[in-house]
Design a protein around this ligand. Structure first.
Ligand code: NDP
Ligand code: MG
Ligand code: MG
Length: 330
């Protein structure tokens, strides 16, 4: 693995440049504040009525409209929701970009699936922290950083890669390590991971386990603890030390039971379905379906959200979590 660290990146590629961060959400606030505190010249672009404007100003940042921020900037980082980026790009970003400017992203969806096709005269780069924005910010304030991916899609000025590395450094990422990839690999692995394992796979595994216990007559409370609540403790062990730390930490009974029964849950048929899901990501079928869904007003998404929030595990879970004083309520 080829990783880049502090000495491999030079903030000089960004110093003296005007940097616009579009959006002030999870990623936006972390990029804007970390880069500003790294000594760079940052302005935030938002819609005038945005609920984020006051928060950005209170944090000491310059705030402008998206169009004005892009006009002023040499480097524009797009940290808007993926599904709105194309429309905002066409109306407010593209008309204000100059040759030699740099367009940056934290996820490759819109570039990889040709939703945004920037002019050949601009650099197109990605700096993707492998973490939610709030951890990007917190680690920076503690003098550290999170690992980041960087990629170059277009290099118009010959500096695209150095700028991406410098951005990762300004975020704190080169303290942890930066790995170079492509827009294709970042986008396809990100979509597959969230569909098959992280969001889709884990949610269905939890629901199927919960339903199995409840249908067999066990109390919902016990089923919730076993199939959802305790999962966090297990995931923390994976996160800290992989499969071996998890198996070391659980009882021999759990280890033996898990290793012999797990493969009966995740069967070869499950993996065959994962391969189909990956193909839909690779050939663009998923991207097209999601874009159509957004354009159609989120009919399926709203129906699926309602189904999920009506599931028995959500009702019992919300009662049980009231017993847990340490949880942050949102
Ligand atoms: P959020 O939803 O947290 O924030 C989006 C921001 O965009 C908000 O400040 C919102 O403000 C603003 N916004 C929304 N619509 C518009 C509009 N029409 N015009 C101007 N501003 C608008 O997004 P994330 O930070 O989660 O995601 C940003 C990018 O980062 C995405 O590409 C995502 O894939 C990527 N990413 C996200 C990660 C994460 O942990 N969340 C991890 C790695 C990458 P308001 O609505 O108030 O106007
Ligand atoms: Mg994703
Ligand atoms: Mg147990």
């Amino acid at each position: 693995m080829n990783a880049y660290y502090e000495q491999d990146a030079d903030l000089g590629y960004l110093q003296g440049k005007n940097i616009a961060i579009l959006g002030y959400g999870s990623q936006g606030h972390a990029h804007a504040l970390n880069l500003k505190e790294s000594g760079l010249n940052v302005c935030v672009g938002l819609r005038p009525d945005s609920s984020s404007c006051d928060r950005a100003r209170e944090a000491g940042l310059q705030v402008n409209t998206v169009a004005e921020a892009v006009k002023w900037a040499d480097i524009v980082m797009v940290l808007l929701p993926d599904q709105y980026q194309k429309a905002i790009y066409e109306t407010e970003i593209a008309p204000n970009l100059q040759p030699g400017n740099t367009l940056a992203f934290a996820h490759g969806f819109n570039i990889h699936y040709n939703q945004i096709v920037p002019d050949k005269s601009v650099n197109v780069i990605m700096i993707a922290p492998k973490s939610p924005g709030h951890l990007v910010r917190r680690t920076y304030t503690q003098g550290n950083g999170v690992p980041c991916l960087i990629a170059v899609h277009q290099d118009a000025t010959g500096e695209a890669r150095q700028q991406a590395l410098a951005w990762a450094k300004g975020l704190g990422g080169t303290k942890a390590g930066v790995i170079e990839t492509t827009f294709k690999n970042e986008t396809e692995t990100d979509l597959f991971g969230e569909q098959a394992v992280l969001c889709g796979g884990s949610a269905e595994l939890i629901k199927a386990g919960f339903e199995t216990l409840v249908e067999a007559g066990y109390p919902e409370e016990l089923a919730y603890f076993e199939c959802m609540h305790e999962l966090k403790l297990i995931v923390d062990l994976y996160y800290e030390g992989g499969l071996s730390r998890m198996n070391f930490s659980v009882s021999d009974t759990a280890e033996y039971g898990g290793m012999t029964r797990g493969p009966r849950v995740i069967t070869p048929a499950v993996k065959a379905e994962m391969k189909k899901i990956l193909e839909e990501v690779q050939d663009g079928r998923f991207a097209k379906e999601f874009i159509d869904e957004c354009n159609g007003g989120y009919k399926n998404l709203n129906r699926l959200r309602a189904e999920n929030s009506g599931h028995a595990i959500e009702k019992v879970g919300s009662k049980l979590r009231d017993m847990m004083s340490w949880l942050i309520k949102k």
